[in-house]
Design a protein around this ligand. Structure first.
Ligand code: SAM
Ligand code: SF4
Length: 340
């Protein structure tokens, strides 16, 4: 394991042409998943990366250490479903020891979380985002194509009992689950789990995305208000994509991730590494920066760091810039390979 961040001293950090510098790294550790959400996974036959194309835990550990040396402070594991990778606690244990790393979290669909929670906690995982798009068991099956509603609910409970910081991710899609906005708000208030409503993004392998299916943050707020749920904005950091609100007159909080209606590209502070070793400086760019190749050619940490710096310098402005050049369409990238 590469616990020591020995090349970090005097190492230049990642910074782009717009003076953005990433503090958060999303590590997608697999493109496999034990669910098949309609807004994420490709429909039909899914072609997954061959096993030898997937980064090993040693490779992930080494790259994560390099990223921390370049200024990253927070790492979130994602997928596909991160918990389908065997012995993930070994990876977590190694990552949690990287000098300079301040936070280690995971985004999971919650199917396998309950049974692994204690091991993950002991290994050093601190926070968990659990995805849940409906509070109706039948609908859960039609969205995820898996009968796992009760497992996900018990994962929420276990996460709290084990002392994780817990959040719920809910992708709102018109005609699919937008009739549950009020139920989710009440659930957030009654249980204290912060629910973050995510606007549907054109990163769907199933090619169902259409602008008409996006329910914007403003519309969600209006519909909550019309149903008697008043919220007050909390102090939001510009670089945090979630716009957070407390409930007026009751406990709990909710958030909105308005990726489509209010893109936060100008304050973007995250980068991504796909499970097959591609470095993504933006959710919407094509995965072409091949870090795995450098690793497997035996290049030094310094050479890899310099390559990452060079790629990051060219980071596109983001969705805002993209919209000026081409129309948004479904399937612009595949969420199950990027990890959100
Ligand atoms: N399997 C894990 C899970 O579902 O939480 C982690 C990977 S998943 C790709 C990460 C997050 O991306 C989830 O919260 C999921 O709901 C969200 N997501 C997937 N496809 C999306 C899309 N097309 N638009 C917006 N969010 C999406
Ligand atoms: Fe799997 Fe997560 Fe995508 Fe659903 S959102 S298919 S759980 S990777």
């Amino acid at each position: 394991m590469f616990d020591k961040n020995d090349f970090a001293t005097n190492q230049p950090k990642l910074i782009d042409r717009f003076n953005r510098f990433p503090q958060k790294l999303r590590l997608s550790i697999t493109d496999k998943c034990n669910m098949h959400c309609v807004y994420c996974m490709p429909s039909g036959k899914i072609s997954l990366y061959p096993k030898n194309e997937i980064l090993s835990y040693e490779e992930i550990q080494r790259l994560a250490t390099i990223f921390v040396g370049l200024g990253v402070e927070k790492i979130r594991l994602t997928g596909g479903e991160p918990l389908v990778r065997p012995e993930i606690e070994k990876l977590i244990s190694g990552l949690s020891k990287i000098a300079g790393l301040k936070s280690l979290g995971m985004t999971t669909n919650g199917l396998l979380f309950s049974q692994k929670a204690a091991q993950l906690k002991a290994a050093g995982l601190q926070s968990i985002n659990i995805s849940l798009d409906t509070l109706k068991p039948d609908r859960f099956k039609s969205i995820t194509r898996v009968d796992g509603f009760s497992q996900v609910l018990s994962s929420l409970q276990t996460a709290r009992e084990e002392g994780f910081e817990v959040k719920i991710n809910t992708v709102i899609i018109r005609g699919q689950n937008d009739d549950e906005l009020v139920d989710f708000a009440q659930f957030a208030s009654n249980t204290g789990y912060p629910v973050r409503f995510i606007e549907f993004m054109p990163l769907d392998g199933s090619h169902i995305w259409d602008l008409s299916l996006v329910v914007t943050k403003e519309e969600m707020l209006r519909r909550l208000y019309q149903n008697g749920i008043e919220v007050l904005p909390l102090n939001n950091r510009l670089s945090d994509p979630a716009r957070l609100y407390s409930f007026k007159g009751r406990g709990g909080s909710i958030g909105f991730i308005p990726s489509m209606s209010e893109p936060f590209c100008g304050a973007c502070d995250r980068v991504r590494l796909t499970s097959d070793g591609k470095f993504l400086t933006c959710l919407f760019e094509k995965p072409s920066n091949d870090i795995k190749q450098l690793l497997r050619m035996g290049k030094s940490d310094k050479v890899i760091a310099d390559y990452l710096i060079d790629c990051y310098r060219k980071k596109p402005l983001g969705l805002v810039g993209l919209l000026e050049h081409k129309p948004i369409r479904s399937g612009m990238n595949l969420m199950n390979t990027i990890g959100g």
